[in-house]
Design a protein around this ligand. Structure first.
Ligand code: CP
Length: 311
């Protein structure tokens, strides 16, 4: 592989090469080992300052980034964008970011409801920018931790069959995964009601189907996606019950999949809508492993973005 990381930002997997994605996954492996030591803190980012700007709710991503930063010994500041920052007083994001940067910070981790906002931020600041999820565009670290988990469990990504079921049209997780998985040679299928499958998705090199049985019968991994009611201007299907009747993964529908299929979910889960309770907690489920791997993956991303010196 032997490539060097040269980017100052991580805004999406669309821009990354196969080799850059593989470098992050390889680097994450060594950070996972650190998280298994009795003393889990390393001085890698000592003296660096990271600001976490979350303009949308988050449990997993925010706690994972904050813990990754602390484990790397960075100094951190976190803002819940709209409620505790001066955005509420009318300050623009550009002014906010430049004022924060005037405090000599090194990196900004940002989540925002507007697609493209992290990319815009890279034009205003010299600090490294890491996208923690932007609108319906990308959630690169989620896809990286998903790929890390797939590789850990299946030993490879090339040739794997990975299916995404649910609200594909509003899913930044699906988009980042499609960019990443197809670059690494996986075969991706997306499945859901026709109203949740955007026409342009087929151009990303994926198989598109409304047939759940067809979507899961050969899959090595199935990722369930939450129905993002908060992003729907109009309902895209009659009711959650009807959606569950057709697309839920439960013990009856899972019979059509391989016995060793991995059940994945980026969270938050709407239990018994897209995924039945007992399957979410079954031996096939790697959902909590995804969360654990998110920490190592985000440590790797922060390390590489910071210039990747000593570990
Ligand atoms: N997977 C994910 O982005 O979860 P949060 O919204 O809780 O961060």
């Amino acid at each position: 592989m032997a490539i060097k990381w040269k980017r100052k930002d991580l805004v999406g997997l669309k821009d990354l090469s196969k080799e850059e994605i593989e470098l992050i996954l390889e680097t994450a492996k060594s950070f996972k080992e650190i998280s298994e030591r009795p003393v889990k803190k390393v001085p890698t980012l000592q003296g660096k300052t990271i600001v976490n700007l979350f303009f949308e709710p988050s449990t997993r991503t925010r706690s994972s980034f904050e813990l990754a930063e602390k484990r790397l010994s960075a100094d951190i500041m976190s803002f819940s964008g709209t409620s505790t920052s001066s955005i509420v007083k009318g300050e623009t994001i550009k002014d906010m970011a430049r004022n924060i940067e005037a405090l000599k910070i090194d990196m900004i981790v940002v989540r925002h409801g507007a697609s493209g906002m992290p990319h815009r931020l890279t034009q205003f600041v010299n600090a490294g920018v890491v996208n923690a999820g932007d609108g319906i565009n990308e959630h690169p670290t989620q896809a990286l931790l998903d790929m890390f988990t797939l590789k850990e469990k299946k030993g490879r990504i090339e040739g794997l069959k990975v299916t995404f079921i649910g609200d594909i049209s509003h899913s930044r997780v699906a988009r980042s995964n499609i960019w990443g998985l197809t670059k690494l040679g996986a075969h991706v299928t997306v499945c859901g009601p026709a109203t949740m499958l955007p026409v342009e998705i087929a151009k990303m090199g994926v198989r598109v189907t409304n047939d759940l049985k067809e979507a899961i019968s050969e899959a090595d991994a199935i990722t369930l996606l939450r129905i993002q009611l908060e992003r729907q201007d109009e309902p895209l299907f009659p009711s959650l019950r009807e959606y569950a009747n057709t697309f839920q993964i439960n013990k009856d529908t899972l019979k059509y999949a391989k016995p060793d299929v991995l059940i994945m979910h980026p969270g938050p889960i709407n239990r018994n809508v897209e995924l039945a309770d007992d399957i979410a907690d079954s031996d096939n489920s790697v959902i909590l492993r995804q969360v654990t791997n998110g920490l190592a993956t985000r440590m790797a991303v922060l390390y590489l973005i910071s210039g990747g010196t000593e570990r």
